[in-house]
Design a protein around this ligand. Sequence first.
Ligand code: NAD
Ligand code: ZN
Length: 359
Amino acid sequence: MQTLTVDLGERSYPIYTGSGLLERSELLLPYIKGRQVAIVTNETIAPLYLEKIKSLLTSKEVTEVILPDGENFKNLDILNRVFDGLLEARHNRTTTLIALGGGVVGDMTGFAAACYQRGVDFIQVPTTLLSQVDSSVGGKTGVNHALGKNMIGAFHQPNCVVADTLTLNTLPDRELSAGLAEVIKYGLIRDAAFYAWIETNLEGLLARDPALLAEAIHRSCECKAAVVAEDEKESGVRAILNLGHTFGHAIETAMGYGEWLHGEAVAAGMVMAADLSARCGWIDAAEVERLKQLLIRANLPVKAPEGMSADQFKSLMQVDKKVIDGRLRLVLMQKVGWAVVTDEVPSGLLQETLEYFTV
Ligand SMILES: NC(=O)c1ccc[n+]([C@@H]2O[C@H](COP(=O)([O-])OP(=O)(O)OC[C@H]3O[C@@H](n4cnc5c(N)ncnc54)[C@H](O)[C@@H]3O)[C@@H](O)[C@H]2O)c1
Ligand SMILES: [Zn+2]
């Protein structure tokens, strides 16, 4: 097992990564202060891992909340089921919520914990690669709105994160690839050596070599934890974690939630961001090609979905949270291993990228 700390003063917390962690009650119990616990999960994950977690919590009064599975259920309507469960079982302010699942369950549970009785504790037990390297760390929680993804939410940090790599053995291949998109993202934004390591080890990662997956998760969390510690509420550098996401969110919204996986949309979005970075003269066209080759090997898309227009991208990107006072801020690459946030991209170059990817 490896341990990292997200360094946020009083709100600091550990990230435990490794194999077989769902056998170890000592990783959960110290982070549960009261008697009541609510495990929030979904219909797919419950039959796989719910009993396992419950068996660690025999000393607690446990409520289960099982949500329907899917990004299209990540909304306020379905979120209410968590509050129903908590109120029906009379959970008080000392309750602890446990998010058992991928990013959808994690984001919803975290948001429920931020709101319930004005804020209660929660623990992340991520079970997808994407949630283990990204969504479970950093305290961004929330749900989608019909007019924009993740538009309703709160910052609320977990008490701890327990990422058991064994859970990845039941994950569908497509989901594994989607998670790799975020792993590749960390290499691109802050760690050129890690990027090269991924290029070398991609086939092993796809084959779920446990040691390679553990290393990829640890290094990804290291990067995320460092960026979050520097800028918890995204007033600056944290935005680099959104490389490819402004384009990607436009794709997700245009396609309807759940058609393209988040990581798939991010993959295509990172190629678009790299393309724009090249048009700005920051990176070589060869680096765009290098990224494409890596994503293709990871079975990820490298272009926008058919049928999307440049205008559609532009209007959807304006809704993105990265817009401040009407100026679109984008995350671009100055080189492999170094991304920056900029609001100074000439609109003509953005137009060129959008047209190139939408013909
Ligand atoms: N909060 C953040 O900082 C942050 C960062 C990145 C992404 N996100 C959010 O995360 C969400 C995407 O997360 P995701 O990719 O984990 O998707 P997900 O939560 O929808 O999970 C993907 C699918 O895998 C299933 N699943 C989960 N674990 C499994 C397992 N171990 N075995 C078998 N099946 C399993 C789920 O039921 C689901 O069908 C998006 O809503 C995105 O907005 C949030
Ligand atoms: Zn993401």
